[in-house]
Design a protein around this ligand. Structure first.
Ligand SMILES: Nc1ncnc2c1ncn2[C@@H]1O[C@H](COP(=O)(O)OP(=O)(O)OP(=O)(O)O)[C@@H](O)[C@H]1O
Ligand SMILES: [Mg+2]
Length: 385
């Protein structure tokens, strides 16, 4: 027996070679080579015995009867499909075709009672992702540099151009709230409730020239009340998720400090605009602001970046103001906006009327300074996309 095996193997090799040559001559009649036909010596022998005509399917392919039965029963017979010649493949195709068109497959929806279908449809619509607002924080720990003035007037300039804008008054002084004619002392629900008690932000938004999430005097106690809260730096970011789909811009006014309220603003924002009064002393604090921003980028919000440094209250008649702008440009280059906000008495007058300068004196050059700034920010947005 031991001698028979090598002889048989040798003969089979020869037969395969001859067989291949013969089929090469008669390409059109050659059945496709399947794995079983190549591996199974008996099928090769059968092919070698009948070289001149296509052998009957049963002889040509040694399909195990059980496998053949299963291939006829349903489409899920990979062995039969892989090894079968033309006739067997046709059988599989014939069986497989009705399965693809045939009885419908159950979808997860079919498992619900019909009365629940509408609920499912509603939920899918709600979850459809919508636009995400550009969130801009206006920050500088130095006081009186026109953070609030810039937040409101730039926001109204965006709104004039057709954008939906939300302003957030994160300063316990409540100057932004007052600038829209709302008394912070009479506000019942404010950002304090949002940041400390997780109240939905939509409950404290008031409609004015723009929508505004209002401050009240008790916001002064928010930093201490939040200090023991887990995730205290992210309270505003979390609250904004509710509404960021409805607005194009969210503009956050911050207090003149780098405390927890300002950190919340910088964590929620993707851009920071830094108003700087055109005076030497005002510019010294910028390094400290940059360090705080670096700390936020490393630990809380890697995406936040300075959109621009805005020279404000520029008195173009003085040499000092011109020199201050030059120093800014030398140190911060392209980060300094091209727009300039010059000094104008209208900026002090408008809040008394509870209005932005754009509403208080729409045709004034003071109003146009912020329209120019809005164009520059929008152009930067477009070139960044
Ligand atoms: N371009 C300007 N010309 C003249 N006055 C201005 C100008 N911009 C702002 N002001 C006035 O300067 C004062 C300070 O401005 P604003 O309140 O906007 O600064 P701020 O940085 O928000 O101050 P704070 O740090 O106290 O919050 C206000 O009385 C405002 O009306
Ligand atoms: Mg302010």
């Amino acid at each position: 027996m031991e001698e028979v095996v090598p002889e048989r193997e040798e003969r089979w090799d020869d037969e395969v070679t001859n067989d291949e040559q013969r089929w090469d001559d008669e390409d059109s009649e050659r059945p496709p080579a399947g794995p079983v036909a190549e591996d199974d010596p008996s099928s090769s022998q059968a092919a070698g015995d009948v070289p001149s005509s296509t052998p009957p399917a049963d002889e040509r392919i040694d399909v195990d009867p059980e496998a053949r039965v299963s291939s006829e029963v349903g489409p899920t017979a990979p062995v039969a499909e892989a090894s079968a010649g033309p006739s067997a493949a046709a059988t599989v195709a014939e069986v497989a075709e009705p399965a693809s068109e045939g009885p419908e497959r159950f979808m997860p929806r079919d498992l619900l009672a019909p009365s629940r279908h509408e609920v499912v449809v509603e939920r899918v619509e709600e979850e459809t992702p919508v636009k995400h607002a550009d969130v801009i924080a206006f920050a500088n720990q130095k006081g009186g540099v026109a953070k609030t003035t810039t937040t409101l007037n730039l926001a109204v300039a965006f709104a004039e151009s057709g954008y939906k804008v939300l302003c957030i008054d994160l300063d316990p002084q409540g100057n932004l709230t007052m600038s829209q004619g709302i008394d912070p002392d009479k506000v019942e629900k404010s950002l304090y409730d949002v940041l400390v008690n997780d109240m939905p932000i939509s409950e404290i938004i008031v409609e004015r020239e723009i929508d505004i999430a209002v401050a009240s005097i008790d916001l002064a106690g928010a930093e201490i009340a939040m200090s023991t809260k887990i995730g205290r730096e992210r309270s505003l970011e979390k609250a904004l998720k509710e509404v960021s789909g409805y607005y194009d811009f969210v503009c956050i006014d911050t207090p003149p400090s780098l405390g927890l309220l300002t950190i919340n603003a910088l964590t929620a924002a993707n851009k920071v605009i830094v108003p700087v009064q055109c005076e030497y002393l005002s510019m010294r604090g910028l390094v400290q602001l940059q360090n705080t921003l670096k700390m936020i980028q490393e630990n809380l919000n890697p995406d936040v970046k300075i959109e621009g440094i805005l020279p404000t209250m520029l008195d173009a008649r003085t040499v000092h103001a011109k020199e201050a702008v030059e120093i800014l440009e030398e140190n911060f280059g392209d980060l300094v906006f091209k727009s300039r906000i010059r000094k104008a008495i209208k900026f002090a007058e408008a809040p008394v009327k509870g209005a932005s300068v754009l509403k208080y004196d729409s045709g004034s050059s003071a109003a146009n300074y912020y329209r120019e700034l809005a164009k520059e920010v929008l152009a930067n947005n477009e070139s960044a996309q």
